[in-house]
Write a protein that binds this ligand. Structure first.
Ligand code: ADP
Ligand code: MG
Length: 273
């Protein structure tokens, strides 16, 4: 990395922001890969065991059952890799109509077992909501970050509530993630979106957390979506995050330049805005 001293302050800020984004992404990929490796091990164990079963038993019914199990395990593995690949591939700001119910289910596919292992139950209230205008990979990353933080806030186990709702007044899709973990003091709460702010000693046993990059990444992503992120927390009781994303609308007639758009109309994102 070259020195930045001969550049203007603005240029240095741009470069440092890019580096921060890169660090956020690498951290997220690192966390994902540890989860994936674990999940893959589970899938492979299933496949190997059912393949053995199929070889041992010659009757059709057993073999059919074995093939079905192998197929569903293989499908699961394929879904997991496509999540990682989708995430690793790009960080473009292309927004598309996004099915939030599917996005939540896909994210849980990756983390459900890990949450179970830490004795955390997941309660879902996934009402059918309008499609959000979003980059699904990025929003999935936000949700994974929130779920990992929630899990780490409940070392003795607990409960995570995930809820979707349509805020008709604001024309936004709301995603709530609530835990009944340790909560935060006002001092901590003030700093959680700062890059590198962390109260954790370092990555945990599954290689997650401790960098202080998770929530700063969440904030950057939600801002680029013209969304909102808010948090409520009570020490000893728990924490609730709310993500608000604009509802996706087909762009109708091109508005005249110079007119002010009502905020309820989602406009295509301008990268870097
Ligand atoms: N659900 C939560 N419950 C309690 N504290 C939280 C929660 N989510 C985030 N925090 C606090 O915010 C800090 C920053 O979170 P984050 O940016 O994800 O970094 P990291 O997880 O690497 O520490 C955490 O260290 C923790 O103190
Ligand atoms: Mg985190």
């Amino acid at each position: 990395m070259g020195g930045t001293s001969e550049l203007s302050l603005e240029e240095q800020v741009v470069i440092l922001k890019e580096r921060l984004a890169q660090a956020q992404k690498l951290t997220a990929l690192g966390e994902l890969s540890s989860t994936t490796t674990h999940e893959f091990n589970n899938v492979l164990t299933t496949i190997i065991n059912y393949a053995k079963l199929g070889l041992r038993h010659k009757d059709l019914a057993t073999r059919e059952k074995a093939f079905e199990k192998i197929l569903s395990a293989g499908t699961r593995a394929a879904k997991i890799t496509s999540t990682i690949l989708g995430f690793a591939r790009n960080r473009t700001n292309s927004f598309e109509p996004t099915d939030m119910v599917k996005l939540v289910e896909d994210s849980l596919l990756l983390l459900e077992r890990e949450l179970n292992k830490y004795r955390i139950t997941v309660e879902k209230y996934l009402d059918a909501v309008p499609h959000a205008s979003a980059n699904p990979n990025q929003i999935q990353q936000v949700l994974l970050n929130l779920l990992i933080n929630a899990r780490q806030a409940m070392p003795q186990g607990g409960r995570v509530v995930i809820k979707l709702a349509h805020d008709t007044a604001a024309d936004m899709v709301d995603l709530f993630v609530r835990d009944n973990g340790c909560g935060m003091t006002p001092e901590v709460l003030h700093r959680i979106f700062d890059p590198f702010f962390s109260t954790k000693a370092g990555p945990d046993a599954s290689g997650k957390g401790g960098t202080g990059l998770g929530l700063s990444m969440c904030r950057d992503i939600i801002e680029s979506h013209h969304g909102r992120i808010r948090v409520d927390s009570t020490p000893g009781k728990g924490t609730a995050f709310t993500i608000k994303l604009p509802v996706f609308h087909k762009v109708a007639a091109t508005p005249l330049t110079g007119t002010t758009l009502p905020t309820t109309i989602s406009t295509p994102a301008t990268p870097g805005a």
